[in-house]
Write a protein that binds this ligand. Structure first.
Ligand code: DSN
Length: 415
């Protein structure tokens, strides 16, 4: 980044600081990852200079000789990777992708049914503060109070009562796999479209470590930068019969020109995700999650649903006598980065809820396996047991920075 250093020293220094942070800390935010150098290079390429409203072969500006090829390649690779009939790779991110689906099929005031935000749904699954909850008649389903699991009978009863046009299967904080066929049956029974939001677990689907929603759902949305380990961006996969409606909803419906640099980087990430190495990665992500769950349970932590079979854990800290926010802040000072998170039926405020969410996608990318995950669990326990012990916190932060040197993440150089 020599040119950046000479043009803008401040931004250069800030990027270097962030690089050091990403190197020295154990990043357990469930939606984050480390992309490869190849993905970074495509993201930072001259494709950022080009406007290309429209779709390959039907653009509104000239000069698309290269961009059309890039976008077609990204689409073909995504179709192969997920077995999809049609893919749109233009959504800027996950929220616009979800809004595009609503724009394709709904009128203002129409009914949708998604997982409640405090139970692990996303803002765009109908939360009142989001456009999805303001413009549509949004109903939500909760998790079981007893088990923390999705209650398919409750969803069926709600769907038959409110008759949604779209049912959303997907989450941002649910530690178990979803039964997409059960959702399909419910959608069929009440005449709804089934939309699956696989943003969190798309990488696990690509790597064969999680069931795919692509056959069961009418439409599937996903970001490309979480477990899928691509650039910031999103895509919509759908049956061929919905292709025209989806494409029109993305452009000109809610977006202008696609971010071609991201499209190229997505194509690179899809190529990487089609390898055996990525399959191994995806199953290691799940295994790491299971091992961390086991270690934390061994130290008396309460895990929502009692464990994990995907890339994330949701920990209820009530029994540890600490709120999610102070816990997340103290862990960060110790070099372990998580986010505070509501747990189902949380009695505390969303701004200081009872839990933390932990994900294993990023640390698996830097090579953590069983031994390392058990050590991470020990550190989390030590910090949460003595959050006021500043000496201990500083010591752990130093140990973690040294520990991390042996696990250089993709895309980063030693700071
Ligand atoms: N912000 C993402 C997450 O952390 O799950 C969802 O968009």
């Amino acid at each position: 980044m020599e040119q950046l250093r000479s043009t803008d020293r401040e931004i250069y220094e800030l990027i270097k600081l962030e690089e050091k942070r990403q190197f020295d800390k154990i990043r357990l935010i469930a939606s984050e990852n480390y992309v490869s150098s190849a993905v970074l290079q495509a993201t930072g390429s001259v494709l950022t200079n080009k406007y290309s409203e429209g779709y390959a072969g039907k653009r509104y500006y000239e000069g698309q000789q290269v961009i059309d090829q890039v976008e077609r390649l990204a689409i073909e690779r995504a179709k192969d990777l997920f077995g999809a009939e049609h893919v749109n790779v233009q959504p800027y991110s996950g929220s616009p992708a979800n809004v595009a689906v609503y724009f394709a099929f709904l009128n203002p005031g129409d009914t949708i049914l998604g997982m409640a935000l405090p139970h692990g749904g996303h803002l765009t699954h109908g939360a009142k503060v989001s456009i999805s909850g303001k413009y549509f008649n949004a109903h939500s389903y909760s998790l079981s109070r007893e088990t923390g699991l999705i209650d398919y009978e409750e969803i069926r009863a709600k769907a038959l009562a409110c008759r949604p046009k779209i049912i959303i299967a997907g989450h941002s904080a649910y530690p178990r796999i979803i039964d997409f066929e059960r959702f399909r049956a419910i959608a069929d029974e009440c005449g709804a479209l089934l939309m699956a939001d696989m943003a969190h677990f798309a990488g696990l689907v690509a790597g064969g470590a999680h069931p795919s929603p692509v056959d069961s759902a009418d439409v599937v949305t996903t970001t490309t930068h979480k477990s899928l380990r691509g650039p910031r961006g999103a895509m919509i996969l759908c049956k061929e019969r919905y292709a025209a409606a989806i494409d029109k909803a993305v452009f000109p419906g809610i977006q202008g020109g696609p971010h071609n640099n991201s499209t190229a980087a997505m194509a690179v990430a899809f190529k990487e995700a089609a390898t055996d190495e990525f399959k191994h990665y995806a199953s290691q992500v799940v295994e790491n999650s299971r091992i961390l769950a086991e270690t934390l349970i061994g130290h008396g932590f309460t895990l929502i649903t009692g464990g994990s079979d995907n890339h994330l854990l949701l920990v209820d800290l009530t029994s540890k006598d600490i709120g999610g926010k102070p816990a997340a802040q103290t862990l960060d000072r110790a070099g372990i980065v998580v986010n505070y998170n509501a747990v189902p039926f949380d009695p505390r405020k969303p701004t200081d809820p009872s839990g933390i969410r932990i994900g294993t996608a990023a640390v698996t990318s830097r090579g953590f396996q069983e031994k390392e995950m058990r050590q991470v669990g020990e550190w989390i326990n030590a910090v949460i047991s003595e959050p006021q012990n500043d000496h201990l916190i500083s010591e752990i932060a130093e140990d973690i920075a040294v520990f991390c040197r042996d696990f250089p993440p993709p895309g980063l150089t030693l700071p």
